[in-house]
Ligand binder design. Structure first.
Ligand code: HPA
Ligand code: ZN
Length: 323
């Protein structure tokens, strides 16, 4: 169906581990002999009531135990790409958390090669071009991030950029200055989560200390008018995830989400799903929900879609072909 929310778009803020649906989690658990602390998919879904970012992260990391082989990662990414394509996604920049897997004894090469297999055939299979972005877990030491960066050297042909995720407060971007310098020297693009639960100062630091080209979330930038002015002037893209913000209690209800105010302020915002298996919707559902809750017009939705291609790590001719 040609719904306005299904218009061609790019998804720029999507954690592949956050696309693990309960059904696939149980199937992989059975295949890999992993015991899940939930009786069935219903009981697991019941656990999806989060009080904040950390309460989500606890479940998100626990469920990853089912991902063990390269095939598991391929299957996970294939399922996401098929669903995203059906909702108008023509280009996806996919985050993954290497340290969450290596800490469980899954080699980084298994993760990257498994994901890359799905991503690299996605254009042919699903009509979706892709990029892969490795995120560092900011609540682990910077040394661990640096080791992780070094460990992917053999796989750099599959990786476009670096990001920063996990528990934000108390782990400011500056902690990763050297890691981002090294990533830049390796030719990698740079993004970071900032201003999801952390203060506007973290958004500034991500720009000034890490040199990021996009800010993931950036929601709390709205508390700082000078910062907003700068983000507008420099056309810094913010990858918003409205359903995530409601589920993790950054905003009370979708009707209160500042997306519309951010568009009105002239910010370069995009709409994304973050961890769709956990937050109640993929990007098409997210577009639908914000349209209903915030009264966005077809023009507003087209602007969001246009922004998503402009903010993507695509060459101009690739961006034109994708939309
Ligand atoms: N924030 C921080 N870390 C994350 C998120 C998020 O929304 N999703 C997965 N890891
Ligand atoms: Zn995120």
């Amino acid at each position: 169906m040609n719904l306005p929310e299904n218009l061609p778009k790019a998804e720029l803020h999507l954690h592949i581990e956050g696309t693990l649906e309960p059904e696939l989690a149980f199937a992989l658990a059975a295949r890999n002999g992993v015991d899940l602390p939930f009786a069935d998919t219903h009981e697991l879904r019941e656990a999806y009531r989060f009080g904040d970012l950390q309460s989500f992260l606890d479940l998100y990391y626990a469920l990853m135990a089912v991902l063990r082989t390269a095939d598991d990662f391929t299957e996970l990414a294939d399922a996401y790409l098929a669903r995203a394509a059906a909702q108008g996604v023509r280009h996806a920049e996919v985050f993954f958390d290497p340290q969450a897997h290596t800490a469980r004894g899954v080699p980084v090469g298994t993760v990257v090669e498994g994901l890359a297999r799905a991503l690299e055939r996605a254009e042919e299979r699903h009509g979706v071009t892709t990029r892969l972005i490795m995120c560092f877990l900011r609540d682990l030491p910077a040394e661990s991030a640096m080791e992780t960066l070094e460990s992917v050297r053999p796989y750099l042909r599959h990786i476009t950029g670096v990001g920063l995720d996990s528990a934000e407060v108390g782990h400011p971007p500056a902690k990763f200055r050297e890691v981002y310098e090294a990533a830049g020297a390796m030719g990698l693009r740079k993004v970071a989560h900032a201003g999801e639960e952390g203060p506007p100062a973290y958004v500034r630091e991500a720009l000034d200390v890490l040199g990021v080209e996009r800010v993931d979330h950036g929601l709390r930038a709205m508390e700082d008018p000078e910062l907003v002015e700068r983000l507008v002037r420099e056309r810094v893209p913010l990858t918003l995830c409205p359903l995530s913000n409601v589920r993790l209690r950054a905003v009370d209800v979708l009707e209160d989400h500042p997306l519309r105010a951010m568009m009105d302020a002239g910010l370069m915002v995009t709409v994304n799903s973050d961890d769709p298996a956990y937050f109640g919707g993929y990007v098409g559902e997210t577009f639908h929900a914000v349209r209903e809750a915030l009264g966005l017009t077809p023009d507003d939705l087209r602007r969001l879609a246009r922004n998503s291609f402009e903010a993507a790590f695509l060459d101009d001719d690739e961006a034109l072909r994708a939309r």
